[in-house]
Design a protein around this ligand. Structure first.
Ligand code: PCA
Length: 204
């Protein structure tokens, strides 16, 4: 059976969990319209995560790649539109506006657009009462690095690939002061819609 690679991340920044892995691990081995999900957990380190996603792509030869990551503080599911060829291993610089960073892959294009069917995914999410929006920046940290690495690796095959940022889950937000969150159940339903919509596009 053809595979859809679904990646999530380990917890970072003092959090006990990462909703991206909570969701991805629950969907491992699930079937969607003739495709089987394989969940892979990535380390929160730009260089190692890039190598790990490229290795997973080379091993599994997926028909599509959907990356998931936590964007603590964002209120809705963020369907990332663009990955840029820039990585800054210091996330605090991004929030301070002092981004430095280096190209993820020297000599490669500055950016790639998501090849997931973002408009249909967004439409279906909204129809199912799941808050989501298209995001024009995946940041310059590990999530952007993974999205860029996947899109670059699969550029000739034109394999659908992209990334979705998830808010904190409710239990994480309970340990912060007044920050946006979403229940894991809603995020899971949202990612299922993204996978189903992608699987349908592949069948056409
Ligand atoms: N979010 C971070 C890295 C890992 C994760 O889950 C990011 O947005 O880059």
């Amino acid at each position: 059976m053809q595979v859809i690679l679904l990646t999530g991340f380990a917890p970072f920044g003092g959090e006990r969990s990462n909703p991206s892995w909570e969701v991805a691990s629950q969907l491992d081995r699930r079937g969607f319209d003739g495709f089987e999900v394989r969940a892979v957990r990535l380390p929160v380190n730009c260089r190692r995560a890039s190598a790990a996603v490229i290795q997973a792509i080379n091993t599994l030869a997926p028909a599509a790649v959907v990356g998931l990551g936590q964007a603590g503080g964002r209120p809705v599911l963020s369907l990332e539109k663009i990955a840029i060829n820039l990585a800054d291993p210091h996330p605090e610089r991004e929030s301070d506006g002092g981004v430095k960073g280096k190209p993820i892959i020297g000599g490669a294009p500055d950016a790639y657009f998501s090849r997931l069917p973002l408009s249909s995914i967004l439409r279906t999410l909204k129809r199912n009462d799941i808050p989501a929006s298209i995001s024009l920046s995946a940041g310059v940290y590990v999530c952007n690095t993974v999205m860029y690495s996947a899109l670059h690796t699969l550029r000739r095959r034109r394999t659908p690939a992209g990334f979705i940022h998830l808010p904190f889950e409710a239990a994480q937000a309970a340990r912060h002061r007044a920050v946006a969150s979403m229940s894991l159940v809603t995020m899971l339903a949202g990612v299922e819609i993204a996978l189903k919509t992608t699987a349908r596009m592949l069948q056409r």
